[in-house]
Design a protein around this ligand. Structure first.
Ligand SMILES: [Zn+2]
Length: 437
């Protein structure tokens, strides 16, 4: 869906109202930084871009400045949307104004620098982090937006099917075991894990998050965060300190090596739940990926209780989605009951204007989608699967997949099709997310 944005200076009466609080230790420095930014010839466009980004719940904006061509991209619901082409002079002015708001050096275009400013629109504020550094083609500047509101305040916000939600909540309420979250890289693993933590009772139990200092994320209320850098503080050294505080739940967002797996499965006698994640396409593969990390395999197989393999899929904008009658062969392909399925929905991004002409939908700004849902295949581990994990089979993966089917796991594709049948998402979106899977 084409995204409309004009880099021309907006006429004063339509200029969006954005209030900025620039970086600085005191009011004087903040005012100087704001005045410097205001001197930029594109300052009104800078404000309009922020206004557009936050209206779309965008998570980041990227400005690539290069002699061969400059571009501005907005990330919305995990998808990159390029804005119309922009010349290098405009891109430079835009970048300089954001840098000045963040208290950074406008001249420095090579070394990495980062800073923050605050943007307020309609009494709501966004923390904007500017990260800028030289790349081979020129300079890349990112503005990350944080409203402080999580995308998924709980698992129900992910529109999960009731049986999956119930099983997940039971496992998350357990005092012991290991739950593994998985997805391909950047497909929602960490977001789903965090939603699971937010869904849990963090007031009755003590939660500890072990976080790599290289990949920090916004913290979760009532979860104690401890950072490791892999050299002076390691996962094991952190765990030794934490164990004195008797944690009820340990969270490590991503397993990177066997030491991490062993750390999360250590002291099985101790009563605590562990939540962690690994990159994988499906739940059985996630198990084998963890085992391939040179860990204590029998301890891992003994402790693992369930795998949540999931994806985030964009939800159709309810203002402009269009219903259609799918041809029977599409329903057959999706394995949907032909007799019961009335209509499906697809994205449009357009609504009918006052003079019966199609105009961009004001709710999704023409993108056709708004917000995301979760599709999760939930695999509960039984002793037969444990035996396969530790056995000498030629083909562990197909054997585990077969055991998962026998155990009644609803595969990811089926969970995704359920979202289509509910009209929450489109066939096109599911093909985009699941690609060849
Ligand atoms: Zn719409």
């Amino acid at each position: 869906m084409a995204f409309r944005f004009s880099f021309g200076k907006p006429p004063p009466e339509t200029a969006p109202a954005v209030r900025f609080r620039a970086a600085g230790e005191d009011d004087r420095t903040r005012n100087i930084n704001l005045l410097k930014a205001r001197r930029s010839s594109t300052f009104d466009v800078n404000a309009a871009l922020i206004h557009q980004a936050v209206a779309l719940d965008s998570t980041s904006m990227q400005i690539d400045r290069a002699p061969s061509g400059s571009s501005v991209t907005l990330e919305v619901d995990g998808v990159l949307h390029p804005l119309p082409p922009v010349d290098i002079a405009t891109a430079t002015e835009l970048v300089n104004a954001y840098k000045q708001l963040a208290g950074l050096s406008a001249k420095e275009a090579r070394w990495r620098q980062s800073g923050q400013f605050t943007a307020t629109v309609d009494h709501k504020s966004w923390e904007c982090t500017v990260i800028s550094s030289g790349v081979s083609s020129g300079e890349r500047t990112q503005v990350l937006f944080d409203s402080g509101d999580p995308e998924f305040p709980n698992l129900a916000a992910g529109s999960l099917r009731e049986p999956v939600l119930r099983k997940m909540r039971t496992a998350l309420a357990s005092r012991t075991g290991l739950v593994l979250f998985s997805a391909p890289p950047d497909s929602g693993m960490v977001e789903i894990l965090e939603a699971a933590v937010r869904d849990s009772d963090r007031f009755q139990r003590s939660y500890f998050l072990l976080e790599s200092s290289r990949r920090p994320r916004a913290g979760i209320e009532n979860v104690t965060t401890r950072k490791f850098d892999g050299s002076s503080t390691t996962i094991e050294s952190l765990l030794q300190t934490i164990s004195k505080e008797h944690p009820d739940v340990l969270i490590l967002p991503e397993l990177t090596d066997g030491t991490a797996v062993d750390a999360m499965t250590a002291q099985p006698a101790q009563s605590r739940l562990a939540l962690t994640g690994i990159s994988a396409n499906d739940a059985p593969e996630a198990l084998l990926r963890a085992l391939s990390l040179r860990c204590n395999a029998s301890r891992f197989a003994g402790e693992i209780t369930a795998v949540a393999n999931g994806r985030l899929v964009r939800k159709l904008c309810v203002t402009c989605r269009q219903s259609y009658l799918p041809p029977p062969q599409v329903l057959v392909k999706l394995d949907l009951p032909i007799a019961e399925t009335q209509a499906l929905f697809r994205s449009s991004g357009r609504i009918v204007g006052e003079r019966d002409e199609p105009i961009p939908c004001p709710a999704c700004f023409g993108l056709g989608y708004r917000g995301r849902a979760m599709a999760i295949e939930w695999l509960e581990i039984n002793d037969a699967m444990r035996a396969t994990m530790l056995g000498n089979s030629e083909d562990h993966l197909s054997q585990l997949r077969q055991q998962a089917r026998q155990a009644g796991m609803t595969p990811l594709r089926k969970e995704a099709v359920a979202l289509i049948a509910q009209g929450l998402t489109s066939v096109q979106e599911i093909s985009r997310v699941l690609k060849g899977e």
